[in-house]
Design a protein around this ligand. Structure first.
Ligand code: CA
Length: 249
């Protein structure tokens, strides 16, 4: 890691009470967050798609569509961190019981400091595929954005998500970086040296078996039959190649 990317963490705030909105926009802004505000549940879903936030702060009681339904809708296709805000602490038990998929819950009234601490904790915990991880640790020098697609594999660099044959697979950080690099260079052989250099850095001093271990794990997650890999091919003595159009027998 050479430098930390300065991209601010984008928070989508779904809240219909103006006093809370004003306080949070100012307070979270001061903490370095960029805040997008939605005043009702429908708008929250629309802005979620538009602004692709790193975290959602979701009020339980929203006009047009409840926070619970918004949370469920987001969870059908994203594991972005969500903090649910309830009017009373008593509501938390109910909401947690519904298992809507939020990462944390905060009851009104809350202190800004407490909320910020929760936000940072949730972002730190992250999930594979959470953009927050990327925002914190993305390398400064490389333009890592957009989507890379090759055959059956789609890699979403912005949101750090991977889809294989239409299904999302969850990868660890290095597995993700390795796959992204291979997919980006689909059809070309990448030498072991290049892969190790790009994924682990030129100053990597570990065993070169690390690369093979990661390739093996990656295959177990994306290949239909990991013992007969078709997507990631070993080029003996050289390196690996990603095949966008594997021949199935
Ligand atoms: Ca409300």
């Amino acid at each position: 890691m050479t430098s930390t990317d300065a991209r601010p963490v984008n928070v989508l705030l779904a809240e219909d009470e103006e006093s809370f909105v004003d306080a949070l926009v100012v307070g979270l802004g001061r903490e370095g967050f960029h805040v997008t505000v939605a005043r009702d549940g429908i708008e929250a879903l629309r802005l979620f798609e538009e602004s692709e936030p790193d975290l959602v702060l979701l009020d339980l009681m929203l006009p047009k569509m409840s926070g619970i339904d918004v949370c469920r809708a987001i969870r059908t296709h994203s594991n972005v961190p969500i903090i649910m805000v309830t009017a009373k602490s008593a509501e938390i038990d109910t909401v947690v019981g519904l298992e809507v998929g939020a990462d944390d819950y905060v009851a009104k009234p809350y202190r800004l400091r407490e909320l910020v601490a929760r936000i940072r904790a949730v972002l730190r915990r992250g999930t594979t595929g959470a953009p927050s991880e990327l925002a914190e640790e993305r390398r400064g020098s490389e333009p890592e954005e957009g989507t890379r697609e090759a055959g059956e594999v789609r890699v979403d660099l912005d949101r750090r998500r991977v889809f294989v044959r239409g299904e999302e697979v969850h990868l660890r950080r290095k597995e993700f970086e390795l796959l992204a690099l291979l997919v980006e260079n689909a059809g070309r052989v990448l030498t072991r040296d290049i892969l190790i250099d790009r994924i682990w850095g030129a100053d990597y001093i570990g065993d070169t078996k690390t690369l093979d271990v990661h390739v093996k794990r990656l295959r177990s997650r994306i290949e239909e039959d990991p013992s007969h890999p078709l997507l990631i091919t070993t080029v003996r003595g050289v390196g690996y190649r990603f095949d966008a159009a594997p021949v199935r027998r």
